[in-house]
Design a binder for this molecule. Sequence first.
Ligand SMILES: Cc1cc2nc3c(=O)[nH]c(=O)nc-3n(C[C@H](O)[C@H](O)[C@H](O)COP(=O)(O)OP(=O)(O)OC[C@H]3O[C@@H](n4cnc5c(N)ncnc54)[C@H](O)[C@@H]3O)c2cc1C
Length: 237
Amino acid sequence: MADENGRIKSVVTDKEEIIECQVVGLTPGVSPNVSFLNDSGIELGRGIKVNRFLETNIKDIYAIGDCAEQHEPIGNRRPIEAVWYTGRMMGETVAQTICGNRTEYKPGHWFNSAKFLDIEYQTYGWVFSTSGKKTYEQHFHWRHPAEKICLTIAFDKETRQFLGINTFGIRMRHEIFDRWLNEERDVMHVIKYLKDANFDPEFYAVYENEIAAKFNLEYGTDLKPEKKNWKRIFAIG
Ligand SMILES: Cc1cc2nc3c(=O)[nH]c(=O)nc-3n(C[C@H](O)[C@H](O)[C@H](O)COP(=O)(O)OP(=O)(O)OC[C@H]3O[C@@H](n4cnc5c(N)ncnc54)[C@H](O)[C@@H]3O)c2cc1C
């Protein structure tokens, strides 16, 4: 709904609920604009169909980035991955291939980052939303009492294996989470060494002790976060 100046003032939901607001964000998703290829002979789906080598059905023609669609999705990834890290990794992969080293696209563990207004968001591994939560998945959630800062850690209910993390307002170190996912660490390891993963700039407030305290309370553990250790971070020695 608009006010008398044509500016947004509220949203009316399908339950007739009125939510007052100043800004509306629309999330229509992404559709590759590939209709110009309709008569090209290149196989299309929603995007340009590619195999694991990012090759189309026509020799020497590749597709990468937002327009590329995998025949079969890779792991939990979507067949079209419209994020810029994917475009970069696909670019590196195809560059190898066209320079003579035919290389398969292997994106590794899912990760992404974005910035919504002044809030930074990061994700490593898989944390499914409440509606899509897997039966084996348990979530630990911590939220700052006043600031827009929070994190959610997903882990396996039974084995407590770490599955993924979402953070709002805390920057994390990609290499560390990639390593912990490869090493199949448990959630207790993540809480204990969370200071190693923090990538916020110097003098930023840190919250690992509060996060560990909440985890201890909820899961009856007695974890004490280790001091940040650069040798551990860079896996030296
Ligand atoms: C508002 C917004 C916010 C985003 N935020 C994030 C984020 O926070 N994190 C993240 O990971 N990703 C984000 N993305 C997604 C990310 O920007 C894209 O995944 C990435 O840019 C895709 O790169 P690409 O090279 O595949 O395509 P593009 O960057 O779209 O490049 C395609 C290029 O092809 C050109 N082109 C199109 N048709 C033709 C033609 N017929 N002939 C010649 N040239 C043509 C276009 O002009 C364009 O320059 C965001 C996207 C949007 C729109």
